[in-house]
Design a protein around this ligand. Structure first.
Ligand SMILES: *[C@@H]1O[C@H](CO)[C@@H](O)[C@H](O)[C@H]1NC(C)=O
Ligand SMILES: *[C@@H]1O[C@H](CO)[C@@H](O)[C@H](O)[C@H]1NC(C)=O
Ligand SMILES: *[C@@H]1O[C@H](CO)[C@@H](O)[C@H](O)[C@H]1NC(C)=O
Ligand SMILES: *[C@@H]1O[C@H](CO)[C@@H](O)[C@H](O)[C@H]1NC(C)=O
Ligand SMILES: *[C@@H]1O[C@H](CO)[C@@H](O)[C@H](O)[C@H]1NC(C)=O
Length: 581
């Protein structure tokens, strides 16, 4: 998945002007501070942290200070280094591995050194899971054991859906959030994120990331990266934010028009971790026999198949009954056979319009097969749940309705807001992994002023790609990023378990730690095989696979404890120099 950014020079120039304007605005805002008129504006335009995050970070630093001192790292209240963990996406592989990595950080007494955790895609699933416990940082044993627990029952999931389906914005996003939450994280916690704003500082501060789809496809880089914290939601590079409790409410020209209830974590999880909602992800699943161009009609057909396949897979993880499970397998196989039946001769004999009709017919055929299957089930709870699911979910799949959110920048009269945002009443947030599969953008630059980024890499695809994409992104938005030696990139077929990219002056240092590596794979072949065995799109992992991933992530962390300590020490020294310089 590539970044698409044309006209770079133009945007960089524009950004330059824009930053100057912002500084003026920030100063203006600062001058007015303490005056109530400032507080009435619901959209915050500023390069600094919002007061809520600032207070959290200040208090969290006391925890970090104690943590570092107990590791014999010398620093004072004024010189606490800013250390963040940035976990990559990667479906269930990353969701589970992150839990393992954090577990071991706790065991090594390193968890308290983290000021922040930033996540995208699969890692946001485990963040949403962990933060449902306000004290998770001191409860990692439980977090790990719940992952191996009994999980959510289909009936419970269906009850949640019944409630949600009454909502006017009910969409595939809810289904996706539900299934990843119940099926993969084995939990369903309907809290909302802004409730966490009042928590104490036991945990690192969470930053969840997404990208905005309209701007992702045709807009400037500044309109893409989106971040959500317990306090605020907004565009990282535009420096425009609203309070998280207003995220989803209706705005026009910067004024709050209508307050809406805040979305819960289940829906948020659906928004943050659904690469399926984007057109590009079907590339990997085009059947071999397809010998016609993949036009829109073909895409629609493959999308429907892909979503059905995933919904069925995740549904099976909420079920214990062997009969029901084998019924789901039967359905999965029926659909698989329908899509993999070689029709290349027929397709080639048709013109574009006829092909379009055929694809549409096939699309309905898949949905029809699910309905027929549902009716063929023996009467009982499973059949009832399935009937409800098919009634609610199939129409959404056919209409391809993914969740949109009211756009707080709608008609906002400010030159910095790109057209792709200003003109749309709704924006559409999608999986940030489509741009960069690690939350680097939210942590670059002066705002969070990070000294050290610990980046366990759980992504699929080419190793180091998240890093080089982030480097290029940083260059485009003119924020410091450490040098990456091109020699290192040659190790992508069989990477080491830990790389340090050392930052100079304002650049952060990055510790990059591939999940599979030279320590746990004897050669490039085994590395490739492991990546395949734990690929992103597959049925939920067996307990053995979950345990294997947990162990792998724990061991990686443990093996590199000394490197982490050394870099934390350097980060503390650097922060001290920064404060004195
Ligand atoms: C707010 O502004 C008003 C009028 O502009 C001024 O009189 C007042 O002192 C200001 N309040 C603070 C706290 O700065
Ligand atoms: C720790 O820092 C203090 C003050 O910056 C300094 O005086 C002291 O020598 C340092 N100790 C070590 C062990 O580096
Ligand atoms: C946060 O609150 C919990 C429970 O109320 C308490 O046990 C814990 O010590 C507190 N942690 C901090 C860092 O204040
Ligand atoms: C968040 O959830 C709580 C309880 O679930 C609810 O009382 C509160 O109104 C919600 N907040 C918003 C802004 O919707
Ligand atoms: C599909 O069928 C055509 C015609 O029989 C054949 O040439 C082609 O190789 C087949 N494709 C696959 C992937 O089996």
């Amino acid at each position: 998945m590539q970044t698409q950014t044309g006209n770079t020079g133009f945007w960089v120039t524009l950004l330059g002007y824009y930053l100057i304007i912002c500084r003026v605005l920030v100063q203006a805002a600062d001058n007015m501070e303490g005056n109530t008129t400032v507080l009435e504006k619901p959209i915050r335009h500023s390069l600094s942290l919002c007061p809520g995050e600032q207070q959290y970070v200040n208090r969290r630093k006391e925890v970090v200070l104690k943590g570092l001192n107990s590791l014999q790292i010398n620093c004072t209240a004024d010189t606490v280094p800013h250390i963040t963990l940035l976990a990559s996406g990667g479906g269930q592989r990353s969701a589970v591995s992150l839990v393992g990595f954090l577990y071991q950080l706790e065991k090594e007494a390193l968890l308290d050194t983290l000021l922040y955790i930033g996540g995208v895609s699969g890692s946001t699933w485990s963040m949403a899971y962990l933060y449902s416990d306000p004290q998770w940082s001191s409860n990692m044993d439980e977090a790990v054991s719940l992952l191996s627990g009994p999980g959510v029952e289909l009936e419970q999931a269906v009850a949640w859906l019944t409630e949600k389906s009454k909502d006017e914005h009910f969409s595939l996003t809810d289904i996706w959030g539900l299934l990843t939450s119940a099926g993969i994280m084995k939990q369903m916690d309907p809290r909302n994120l802004s409730e966490e704003a009042s928590r104490n500082v036991t945990n690192p501060y969470p930053v969840y990331c997404a990208v905005e789809k309209h701007c992702f496809s045709h807009g400037p880089l500044e309109g893409k990266w989106f971040e959500v914290t317990p306090h605020e939601a907004g565009f990282t590079e535009l420096n425009l934010f609203v309070e998280t409790s207003l995220f989803g409410s209706k705005f026009q020209n910067g004024e709050l028009m209508e307050k809406k209830p805040e979305m819960d974590m289940v829906r948020l999880q659906g928004i943050l971790g659904c690469a399926l909602a984007h057109e590009d992800v079907i590339r990997e699943m085009i059947p071999l026999w397809f010998n016609v161009p993949i036009d829109d009609a073909a895409k629609e057909y493959l999308h429907v198949y892909n979503v059905l396949r995933n919904v069925i897979t995740l549904t099976s993880s909420t079920i214990k009954d062997p009969t029901a499970l084998s019924e789901l397998d039967r359905l999965q196989k029926t659909l698989h056979d329908m899509v993999n039946h070689n029709e290349s001769v027929l397709l080639q004999s048709l013109g574009p319009e006829e092909r379009k009709n055929l694809f549409q017919q096939w699309r309905y055929g898949l949905v029809g097969a699910v309905e027929t299957w549902g009716q063929s089930l023996d009467d009982g709870d499973f059949k009832t749940s399935v009937a409800f699911l098919t009634k609610q979910v199939l129409p959404l799949i056919l209409k391809w309705e993914w969740g949109t959110t009211s756009n707080f920048l709608y008609q906002f009269q400010d030159a910095s807001v790109p057209d792709c945002l200003q003109s749309k009443e709704q924006f559409h947030l999608i999986d940030a992994g489509l741009l960069i599969n690690v939350a680097y953008p939210a942590f670059l630059g002066d705002k969070r002023d990070i000294d050290l980024m610990i980046a366990p890499e759980f992504s699929a695809g080419t190793m180091f790609e998240t890093l080089t994409l982030a480097r290029d992104y940083a260059a485009q938005v003119k924020k410091p990023f450490p040098q990456i030696d091109n020699k290192v990139l040659e190790e992508s077929d069989w990477p080491r378990d830990c790389y340090v990219f050392e930052g100079k002056e304002k650049e952060p240092t990055i510790i990059y730690m591939p999940l599979f590596n030279r320590q746990n794979c004897k050669d490039a072949e085994e590395f490739k095989a492991k990546m395949k065995e734990f690929s992103t799109f597959q049925r939920p992992f067996s307990q053995e696979k979950i345990d294997f991933l947990l162990d792998t992530a724990k061991t990686n962390m443990k093996n590199n404890r000394e490197i982490l300590l050394r870099e934390m020490n350097k980060a503390a020294l650097r922060r001290m120099n920064k404060m004195m310089g």
